[in-house]
Ligand binder design. Structure first.
Ligand code: SF4
Length: 261
């Protein structure tokens, strides 16, 4: 795909501008793939199954191609907007960035988001025998054909719950980090009435938390023996949800393009 193709795609009036900025990147489950520039570009770039294979040389060739096109577009945009891509205030920029990163890392919300990802990782690791046991149990139910027993539904619900938990496991931390970083940048700018990117990112994190809480509830239904562990994680998530809403009181009201309007 060359620069002109990218520009043509970007001009498609059917696209919802910026929809991909506050989504969860779960394109397989997204209702807006046909209106998302990000999705159509990746489809175009990686439609050949061989290009999706990280081990395959073609994948890296494609990535290299994308790099060149992105660089060309960047140069063109910089020229149009009078941005000097050669000047780099290393000292000042690096020091500020270092301080900002530290602030983001030490923020209560990001630390709690990171902790959550770790808790999930630990639970998934120790729960392997649990899943094997459940698999056995569901297979037995299937063979016995018991009345009012729906092993397929049960299996789907468990799988779906785990998928949701895993998809958002690290995303909560990532979205919260972006929200905190955005807040730091915004505080340096002149205040205005425009919607804040930090609120959009915080909203994406909150939605990921809501969905994860629901998924943990489902896991708890199917693994009642795991009450203590699930409850520990749920309490942590609920505290993080409340804290995030307190730190970003406008986040829930943020209108995400496509999803909320
Ligand atoms: S908006 Fe939907 S299609 Fe686009 S990147 Fe996000 S999840 Fe994928």
């Amino acid at each position: 795909m060359d620069k002109e193709q990218v520009k043509k795609m970007a001009k498609n009036p059917n696209n919802i501008p910026g929809i991909y900025n506050y989504c969860d990147r779960w394109c397989e489950r997204c209702a807006f793939t046909s209106r998302c520039l990000n999705f159509s570009m990746s489809e175009e770039e990686f439609s050949d199954p061989e290009t999706q294979d990280m081990q395959n040389e073609k994948f890296w060739e494609k990535l290299n191609e994308t790099f060149k096109v992105t660089l060309e577009l960047l140069q063109e945009m910089a020229e149009e907007q009078g941005i000097d891509l050669s000047s780099l205030d290393l000292e000042e920029g690096a020091e500020t960035e270092k301080q900002d990163r530290k602030e983001v890392e030490n923020h209560e919300c990001t630390r709690a988001g990171k902790r959550y990802a770790k808790m999930v990782g630990e639970w998934l690791k120790t729960s392997k025998p649990l899943f094997e046991e459940k698999d056995k149990e569901l297979n037995e139910k299937l063979q016995l054909e018991l009345p009012n027993s729906f092993p397929f539904v049960e299996a789907d619900e468990i799988e779906d719950g785990i998928d949701v938990i895993q998809w958002h496991q690290h995303q909560i931390f990532v979205k919260l980090s972006r929200a905190i970083h955005g807040r730091i940048d915004e505080e340096r700018e002149e205040p205005d009435d425009y919607p804040k990117d930090s609120d959009g990112s915080a909203k994406a994190a909150l939605i990921a938390i809501d969905r994860s809480i629901a998924a943990w509830g489902r896991i708890l239904e199917h693994f009642p023996d795991q009450e203590d562990e699930c409850l520990k994680i749920l309490v942590h998530l609920e505290r993080l949800r409340r804290k995030t809403e307190k730190v970003f009181p406008e986040a829930r009201a943020f209108v995400r393009p496509g999803f909320d309007d």
